[in-house]
Write a protein that binds this ligand. Structure first.
Ligand code: SAM
Ligand code: ZN
Length: 300
Protein backbone atom coordinates (compact mmCIF):
# COMPACT_ATOMS: atom_id res chain seq x y z
CA UNK A 1 0.00 0.00 0.00
CA UNK A 2 1.52 3.35 -0.99
CA UNK A 3 -0.09 6.29 0.79
CA UNK A 4 1.43 9.76 0.51
CA UNK A 5 0.47 12.71 2.77
CA UNK A 6 -2.64 14.68 1.89
CA UNK A 7 -1.48 18.28 1.44
CA UNK A 8 -4.52 20.09 0.03
CA UNK A 9 -6.21 21.20 3.27
CA UNK A 10 -7.51 24.76 3.50
CA UNK A 11 -8.31 26.87 6.55
CA UNK A 12 -12.06 26.70 7.31
CA UNK A 13 -12.04 30.38 8.34
CA UNK A 14 -10.34 32.07 5.37
CA UNK A 15 -9.62 29.27 2.82
CA UNK A 16 -5.82 29.87 2.95
CA UNK A 17 -3.70 26.71 2.54
CA UNK A 18 -3.00 24.83 5.79
CA UNK A 19 0.53 23.58 6.51
CA UNK A 20 1.42 20.94 9.05
CA UNK A 21 3.65 22.04 11.92
CA UNK A 22 4.15 19.10 14.26
CA UNK A 23 0.83 18.30 15.97
CA UNK A 24 -1.07 21.21 14.40
CA UNK A 25 -2.12 22.63 11.06
CA UNK A 26 -1.67 26.38 10.52
CA UNK A 27 -2.59 29.00 7.90
CA UNK A 28 -0.60 32.15 7.11
CA UNK A 29 -3.16 34.33 8.90
CA UNK A 30 -2.30 32.63 12.19
CA UNK A 31 -5.25 30.23 12.60
CA UNK A 32 -4.20 26.85 13.92
CA UNK A 33 -5.93 23.52 14.43
CA UNK A 34 -4.62 20.77 16.70
CA UNK A 35 -4.46 17.14 15.62
CA UNK A 36 -6.55 15.18 18.14
CA UNK A 37 -5.10 12.32 20.18
CA UNK A 38 -6.79 9.82 17.86
CA UNK A 39 -5.13 11.47 14.85
CA UNK A 40 -8.05 13.40 13.30
CA UNK A 41 -8.62 17.10 12.79
CA UNK A 42 -11.68 19.19 13.65
CA UNK A 43 -12.29 21.81 10.93
CA UNK A 44 -15.99 22.53 11.47
CA UNK A 45 -16.36 26.01 12.98
CA UNK A 46 -19.29 26.23 15.43
CA UNK A 47 -21.01 28.78 13.19
CA UNK A 48 -21.25 26.10 10.45
CA UNK A 49 -22.84 23.53 12.78
CA UNK A 50 -26.60 23.12 12.52
CA UNK A 51 -26.82 21.03 15.69
CA UNK A 52 -24.63 20.18 18.69
CA UNK A 53 -23.88 16.63 17.47
CA UNK A 54 -24.44 16.67 13.70
CA UNK A 55 -24.39 13.66 11.38
CA UNK A 56 -24.65 9.98 12.21
CA UNK A 57 -24.84 9.00 15.86
CA UNK A 58 -22.32 6.87 17.74
CA UNK A 59 -24.72 3.86 17.56
CA UNK A 60 -25.25 4.22 13.79
CA UNK A 61 -21.50 4.47 13.19
CA UNK A 62 -20.80 1.40 15.37
CA UNK A 63 -23.48 -0.65 13.55
CA UNK A 64 -22.12 0.39 10.13
CA UNK A 65 -18.57 -0.46 11.17
CA UNK A 66 -19.55 -3.99 12.31
CA UNK A 67 -21.71 -4.59 9.23
CA UNK A 68 -19.24 -3.31 6.63
CA UNK A 69 -16.18 -4.93 8.23
CA UNK A 70 -18.04 -8.27 8.07
CA UNK A 71 -17.69 -7.91 4.26
CA UNK A 72 -21.41 -7.79 3.34
CA UNK A 73 -20.87 -4.85 0.93
CA UNK A 74 -17.49 -5.93 -0.40
CA UNK A 75 -18.82 -6.28 -3.95
CA UNK A 76 -19.99 -2.66 -3.81
CA UNK A 77 -16.63 -1.52 -2.40
CA UNK A 78 -14.75 -3.37 -5.15
CA UNK A 79 -16.89 -1.74 -7.86
CA UNK A 80 -16.29 1.68 -6.29
CA UNK A 81 -12.52 1.11 -6.13
CA UNK A 82 -12.56 -0.05 -9.76
CA UNK A 83 -14.34 3.16 -10.84
CA UNK A 84 -12.03 5.38 -8.77
CA UNK A 85 -8.86 3.74 -10.05
CA UNK A 86 -9.88 3.52 -13.73
CA UNK A 87 -7.10 5.14 -15.74
CA UNK A 88 -4.79 5.57 -12.72
CA UNK A 89 -1.12 4.88 -13.25
CA UNK A 90 1.64 3.84 -10.79
CA UNK A 91 3.65 6.93 -11.82
CA UNK A 92 1.17 9.52 -10.55
CA UNK A 93 -0.37 9.54 -7.03
CA UNK A 94 -4.12 10.20 -6.92
CA UNK A 95 -5.43 12.74 -4.41
CA UNK A 96 -8.86 11.48 -3.25
CA UNK A 97 -11.47 12.86 -0.87
CA UNK A 98 -14.30 10.72 0.51
CA UNK A 99 -16.88 13.40 1.30
CA UNK A 100 -19.15 11.87 3.98
CA UNK A 101 -16.81 8.93 4.58
CA UNK A 102 -18.59 7.43 7.60
CA UNK A 103 -16.19 5.17 9.49
CA UNK A 104 -13.92 4.85 6.47
CA UNK A 105 -14.67 1.38 5.11
CA UNK A 106 -14.62 2.42 1.44
CA UNK A 107 -11.33 4.32 1.85
CA UNK A 108 -9.75 1.27 3.47
CA UNK A 109 -10.92 -0.93 0.59
CA UNK A 110 -9.77 1.66 -1.95
CA UNK A 111 -6.30 1.77 -0.37
CA UNK A 112 -6.07 -2.04 -0.53
CA UNK A 113 -7.15 -2.12 -4.22
CA UNK A 114 -4.70 0.66 -5.12
CA UNK A 115 -1.95 -1.29 -3.35
CA UNK A 116 -2.71 -4.33 -5.53
CA UNK A 117 -2.18 -2.11 -8.62
CA UNK A 118 0.81 -0.29 -7.16
CA UNK A 119 -1.03 3.05 -7.46
CA UNK A 120 -0.09 5.63 -4.80
CA UNK A 121 -2.89 7.56 -3.10
CA UNK A 122 -3.17 10.58 -0.87
CA UNK A 123 -6.43 10.24 1.02
CA UNK A 124 -8.76 12.43 3.01
CA UNK A 125 -11.83 11.13 4.81
CA UNK A 126 -14.28 13.83 5.82
CA UNK A 127 -17.56 13.56 7.71
CA UNK A 128 -19.73 15.88 9.73
CA UNK A 129 -20.12 13.19 12.41
CA UNK A 130 -17.27 13.28 14.93
CA UNK A 131 -18.12 9.66 15.83
CA UNK A 132 -17.58 8.52 12.26
CA UNK A 133 -14.26 10.39 11.86
CA UNK A 134 -13.03 9.12 15.22
CA UNK A 135 -13.65 5.52 14.17
CA UNK A 136 -12.04 6.10 10.76
CA UNK A 137 -8.91 7.54 12.37
CA UNK A 138 -8.73 4.79 15.02
CA UNK A 139 -9.11 1.95 12.52
CA UNK A 140 -6.49 3.54 10.26
CA UNK A 141 -4.05 3.74 13.19
CA UNK A 142 -4.60 0.06 13.98
CA UNK A 143 -3.90 -0.81 10.32
CA UNK A 144 -0.81 1.40 10.39
CA UNK A 145 0.51 -0.41 13.52
CA UNK A 146 -0.07 -3.80 11.85
CA UNK A 147 1.72 -2.60 8.70
CA UNK A 148 4.70 -1.43 10.78
CA UNK A 149 4.81 -4.77 12.59
CA UNK A 150 5.05 -6.46 9.17
CA UNK A 151 7.43 -3.84 7.76
CA UNK A 152 10.26 -6.28 7.15
CA UNK A 153 8.08 -8.00 4.53
CA UNK A 154 7.79 -4.76 2.54
CA UNK A 155 10.40 -2.41 3.92
CA UNK A 156 10.28 0.06 1.02
CA UNK A 157 6.55 0.78 1.26
CA UNK A 158 5.64 4.27 2.42
CA UNK A 159 3.09 4.10 5.18
CA UNK A 160 1.61 7.55 5.65
CA UNK A 161 -1.99 7.41 6.82
CA UNK A 162 -5.06 9.14 5.44
CA UNK A 163 -6.10 12.54 6.80
CA UNK A 164 -9.36 12.33 8.81
CA UNK A 165 -11.36 15.52 9.20
CA UNK A 166 -14.60 16.57 10.88
CA UNK A 167 -16.14 19.10 8.46
CA UNK A 168 -19.14 19.58 6.17
CA UNK A 169 -19.61 18.94 2.46
CA UNK A 170 -21.33 22.34 2.41
CA UNK A 171 -17.92 24.03 2.87
CA UNK A 172 -15.02 21.68 2.25
CA UNK A 173 -11.75 22.71 3.97
CA UNK A 174 -9.89 21.86 0.77
CA UNK A 175 -7.93 24.05 -1.67
CA UNK A 176 -9.38 24.83 -5.13
CA UNK A 177 -8.64 22.44 -8.03
CA UNK A 178 -6.49 20.20 -5.81
CA UNK A 179 -8.05 16.73 -6.14
CA UNK A 180 -8.12 13.93 -8.71
CA UNK A 181 -11.18 12.18 -7.22
CA UNK A 182 -14.08 13.03 -4.96
CA UNK A 183 -16.24 10.18 -3.67
CA UNK A 184 -19.75 10.77 -2.35
CA UNK A 185 -21.09 7.41 -1.24
CA UNK A 186 -24.68 7.25 0.02
CA UNK A 187 -24.08 10.78 1.26
CA UNK A 188 -25.08 14.38 0.75
CA UNK A 189 -23.64 15.78 -2.49
CA UNK A 190 -22.84 19.47 -2.79
CA UNK A 191 -21.93 19.67 -6.48
CA UNK A 192 -20.59 23.23 -6.48
CA UNK A 193 -18.10 22.34 -3.73
CA UNK A 194 -17.10 19.08 -5.42
CA UNK A 195 -16.52 20.93 -8.71
CA UNK A 196 -14.47 23.59 -6.90
CA UNK A 197 -12.02 21.15 -5.29
CA UNK A 198 -11.58 18.87 -8.34
CA UNK A 199 -8.75 19.45 -10.81
CA UNK A 200 -9.84 19.89 -14.43
CA UNK A 201 -10.06 16.31 -15.72
CA UNK A 202 -10.68 15.01 -12.17
CA UNK A 203 -13.68 12.82 -11.40
CA UNK A 204 -16.61 12.69 -9.01
CA UNK A 205 -17.89 9.25 -8.09
CA UNK A 206 -21.42 8.99 -6.68
CA UNK A 207 -22.95 5.88 -5.11
CA UNK A 208 -26.70 5.98 -4.57
CA UNK A 209 -29.29 3.39 -3.62
CA UNK A 210 -31.25 2.03 -6.58
CA UNK A 211 -35.02 1.31 -6.59
CA UNK A 212 -34.66 -2.31 -5.40
CA UNK A 213 -32.05 -1.73 -2.70
CA UNK A 214 -33.02 -3.60 0.50
CA UNK A 215 -36.52 -4.14 -0.94
CA UNK A 216 -37.19 -7.29 1.16
CA UNK A 217 -36.27 -5.47 4.38
CA UNK A 218 -38.46 -2.51 3.42
CA UNK A 219 -41.37 -4.88 2.71
CA UNK A 220 -41.05 -6.20 6.26
CA UNK A 221 -40.76 -2.90 8.12
CA UNK A 222 -43.26 -0.73 6.17
CA UNK A 223 -46.99 -1.38 5.56
CA UNK A 224 -46.36 -0.68 1.85
CA UNK A 225 -43.14 -0.04 -0.06
CA UNK A 226 -42.87 3.34 -1.79
CA UNK A 227 -41.69 2.99 -5.38
CA UNK A 228 -38.73 5.21 -6.24
CA UNK A 229 -39.44 8.40 -8.14
CA UNK A 230 -37.34 9.28 -11.21
CA UNK A 231 -33.94 10.52 -10.10
CA UNK A 232 -32.95 14.08 -10.94
CA UNK A 233 -29.86 14.08 -13.18
CA UNK A 234 -26.83 15.92 -11.77
CA UNK A 235 -26.93 19.46 -13.11
CA UNK A 236 -23.78 21.46 -12.67
CA UNK A 237 -22.11 23.35 -15.52
CA UNK A 238 -18.63 22.02 -14.61
CA UNK A 239 -19.61 18.33 -14.24
CA UNK A 240 -20.38 16.03 -17.17
CA UNK A 241 -21.69 12.47 -17.01
CA UNK A 242 -18.99 9.97 -18.03
CA UNK A 243 -20.26 6.59 -16.96
CA UNK A 244 -23.14 4.97 -15.10
CA UNK A 245 -23.52 1.41 -13.90
CA UNK A 246 -25.48 -0.65 -11.36
CA UNK A 247 -24.22 -3.19 -8.85
CA UNK A 248 -26.87 -5.82 -8.09
CA UNK A 249 -26.52 -8.82 -5.81
CA UNK A 250 -28.43 -10.91 -3.28
CA UNK A 251 -27.14 -10.82 0.27
CA UNK A 252 -27.90 -13.54 2.82
CA UNK A 253 -27.80 -12.38 6.42
CA UNK A 254 -27.75 -15.32 8.82
CA UNK A 255 -27.86 -13.70 12.25
CA UNK A 256 -30.29 -11.33 14.02
CA UNK A 257 -27.27 -9.14 14.91
CA UNK A 258 -26.34 -8.57 11.24
CA UNK A 259 -29.99 -7.73 10.41
CA UNK A 260 -30.15 -5.30 13.36
CA UNK A 261 -26.89 -3.63 12.26
CA UNK A 262 -28.19 -3.21 8.70
CA UNK A 263 -31.37 -1.57 9.99
CA UNK A 264 -29.45 0.66 12.42
CA UNK A 265 -27.03 1.96 9.80
CA UNK A 266 -29.82 3.10 7.45
CA UNK A 267 -32.42 5.88 7.82
CA UNK A 268 -35.08 3.12 7.88
CA UNK A 269 -34.52 2.70 11.64
CA UNK A 270 -36.04 6.13 12.26
CA UNK A 271 -38.62 5.99 9.49
CA UNK A 272 -40.15 2.63 10.46
CA UNK A 273 -42.91 2.35 13.08
CA UNK A 274 -42.29 0.48 16.35
CA UNK A 275 -44.28 -2.48 14.90
CA UNK A 276 -42.12 -2.47 11.75
CA UNK A 277 -38.93 -2.48 13.77
CA UNK A 278 -40.28 -5.30 15.97
CA UNK A 279 -40.97 -7.41 12.85
CA UNK A 280 -37.34 -6.91 11.74
CA UNK A 281 -36.05 -7.71 15.24
CA UNK A 282 -37.91 -11.04 15.17
CA UNK A 283 -36.06 -12.20 12.03
CA UNK A 284 -33.27 -14.77 12.39
CA UNK A 285 -32.20 -14.69 8.73
CA UNK A 286 -32.89 -12.48 5.72
CA UNK A 287 -32.17 -12.64 2.02
CA UNK A 288 -32.06 -9.11 0.65
CA UNK A 289 -31.40 -7.44 -2.72
CA UNK A 290 -28.54 -4.96 -3.09
CA UNK A 291 -29.08 -2.44 -5.86
CA UNK A 292 -26.58 0.41 -6.03
CA UNK A 293 -26.09 2.93 -8.81
CA UNK A 294 -22.56 4.22 -9.46
CA UNK A 295 -22.16 7.39 -11.47
CA UNK A 296 -18.89 8.92 -12.64
CA UNK A 297 -18.85 12.61 -13.58
CA UNK A 298 -15.88 14.42 -15.10
CA UNK A 299 -14.71 17.89 -14.07
CA UNK A 300 -14.53 19.98 -17.24
C1 SAM B 1 -25.51 6.96 4.91
S1 SAM B 1 -24.01 7.50 5.69
C2 SAM B 1 -22.78 6.90 4.55
C3 SAM B 1 -21.40 6.83 5.14
C4 SAM B 1 -20.33 6.21 4.22
N1 SAM B 1 -20.17 6.97 2.97
C5 SAM B 1 -20.68 4.77 3.92
O1 SAM B 1 -21.29 4.53 2.86
O2 SAM B 1 -20.36 3.90 4.74
C6 SAM B 1 -24.03 9.26 5.39
C7 SAM B 1 -22.88 9.99 6.08
O3 SAM B 1 -22.92 11.36 5.73
C8 SAM B 1 -22.58 12.12 6.88
N2 SAM B 1 -23.07 13.51 6.68
C9 SAM B 1 -24.31 14.01 6.86
N3 SAM B 1 -24.34 15.32 6.52
C10 SAM B 1 -23.08 15.65 6.09
C11 SAM B 1 -22.48 16.84 5.62
N4 SAM B 1 -23.18 17.97 5.49
N5 SAM B 1 -21.18 16.82 5.30
C12 SAM B 1 -20.44 15.69 5.42
N6 SAM B 1 -20.96 14.52 5.87
C13 SAM B 1 -22.26 14.49 6.20
C14 SAM B 1 -23.19 11.34 8.04
O4 SAM B 1 -22.60 11.67 9.28
C15 SAM B 1 -22.90 9.91 7.60
O5 SAM B 1 -21.67 9.44 8.09
ZN1 ZN C 1 -6.94 30.87 8.41
Amino acid sequence: MRLTPFDALACPLDALPLRREGRRWCCEAGHSFDVAREGHLHLLPVQHKRSRDPGDSKAMVAARERFLNAGHYQGIADAIAEAVLAGASPERPLACLDAGCGEGYYLRRLAASAGDRNVALSLMGLDISKWAVLRGARQARALHRDAQANATADATAKREGATWVVASNAKLPVQDAALDRVLCLFGFPVYAEFARVLKPGGRLLLAEVGPDHLRELREIIYPSVKEATEREPVRHPALTLEYETSVRATLSLETPEAIADLLTMTPHLYRASAEGRARAEALTSLSVTLDVRLTTLGRR
